[in-house]
Ligand binder design. Structure first.
Ligand code: PLP
Length: 394
């Protein structure tokens, strides 16, 4: 007898992956330029030249050491480089002892949840949300509690979070810049959340952690600032990834930061090492630990995404679509033209527009457009968006 939950997870591909697979098949059938695939969050710009340079330099080093095991939590060199970068950028006092290298944000999130959760605990997610959160929360034996974002501006609805916190609440996942909405939570919003969490910790005599999922931290537009949550709330665990910021999603590299301000941070860090061990998430890819040590402050090039954002927003506005003005990440959250967003996405699909219905993100009435694509895909998709709009006006 196998584990049926795992069987179900493995045999039912996610709606996003399914749509992507459909797009590949459809492109083979009618030509790549005739299918407008906005389904995935795969960066469309190459990794910056400093990454290639670092790889080439590292390949000159003795291979046994280069490709060998590192300490479970990562090399002291890369962890020190990351800690120093965090201190320079955000005024923290991190050292290598606060950093655990991971195979991307996915591993960081899974490790964080496993490290702090006990069976039956609850974790709050802000809907719409990245669908894997529920899977990791439930795999840790816990309950996923959805709280809708404020519908007026897609900031965190702090009063709703307050109402959802129970004695079993162990944490809340905060993702800003946000996938799928593209919103960035303001400092005011996050301070209000921190106040509520502090009061609830006091009331329940427990720790409530913010798990801060920030693979999109560097991808912001028009000078928007992304507040650093550990500076606002001590019980914060940072899950960072270079998948989007350096366009390295296939290399699986990121880190966890357990801030030195967190009460009993050494115990939490030890639990992180334990969770990494239990899950087999030890010794993140060694070549890319070396790359990150050399490229830790490499700037993220957002020019192409900014151009796509502008092009898409302008085009859709002219056609009469409504959407949430994106401040970061590379997603546009667009209102469906009928109450049933799945039917809307199906109608779009018939016009070769691959849009992800909001149901995939625990919400209704919208679709997500991933604009991490070629500029030409956006330009050439406009007649299809026009036809889609007109099909509802008839
Ligand atoms: N969190 C969010 C919100 C994401 O969008 C993604 C990937 O798309 C991840 C986590 C996982 O990122 P990684 O590739 O670093 O595992």
């Amino acid at each position: 007898m196998i584990n049926e939950t795992m069987y179900d997870l493995g045999s039912e591909p996610s709606a996003i992956r399914e749509l992507f697979a459909y797009g590949l098949a459809r492109k083979a059938e009618i030509g790549a330029d005739k299918v407008f695939d906005f389904s995935l969050g795969n960066p469309s710009i190459p990794a910056p030249p400093v990454v290639k340079q670092a790889i080439l330099e590292l390949l000159g080093e003795p291979p046994v050491a280069l490709h060998g095991y590192t300490p479970a939590q990562g090399t002291p060199g890369v962890r020190t480089a990351i800690a120093e970068s965090i201190n320079r950028r955000f005024g923290m006092k991190a050292t290598a002892a606060n950093i655990y290298m991971t195979a991307g944000a996915a591993a960081s999130l899974d490790i964080s949840l496993t490290a702090i959760a006990n069976e039956g605990d609850e974790f709050i997610v802000i809907a719409p949300y990245f669908p894997e959160y529920r899977i990791w929360i439930e795999a840790a034996g816990c309950t996923c509690v959805e709280v809708m974002a404020r519908i007026s501006d897609f900031q965190i609805d702090v009063e709703a979070v307050k109402a959802a916190i129970a004695p079993k609440t162990k944490g809340i996942i905060v993702n800003s810049p946000n996938n799928p909405v593209g919103s960035v939570y303001s400092e005011e919003n996050l301070c209000a959340l921190a106040d509520v969490l502090r009061a609830k910790q006091e009331e329940h005599g427990s720790s409530i952690y913010v798990i801060c999922d920030e693979p999109y931290r560097e991808i912001v537009y028009e000078g928007v600032e992304v507040p650093y949550i550990p500076a606002l709330y001590d019980n914060t665990i940072v899950c960072y990834s270079y998948s989007k910021s350096l366009s390295l999603p296939g290399e699986r590299i990121g880190y966890l930061y357990i801030p030195e301000r967190m009460p009993e941070w050494e115990r939490v860090y030890a639990a992180v090492c334990g969770a990494g061990r239990a899950l087999g998430f030890v010794c993140a890819p060694s070549l890319f630990q070396g790359v990150i040590e050399k490229c830790v402050d490499a700037p993220t090039d957002v020019a192409a995404y900014a151009e796509n954002r502008e092009l898409l927003c302008r085009g859709l506005t002219e056609l009469g679509y409504e959407y949430v003005e994106p401040q970061g990440a590379f997603y546009l959250w667009v209102k469906a033209l009928e109450a049933d967003e799945q039917a809307f996405a199906e109608r779009a699909k018939a016009l070769e527009l691959l849009l992800v219905p909001s149901t995939s993100f625990g919400s209704t009435g919208y679709v997500r457009i991933g604009y991490c694509v070629d500029k030409a895909t956006i330009e050439n998709s406009m007649p299809a968006f026009k036809a889609l709009m007109e099909s509802y006006q008839k």
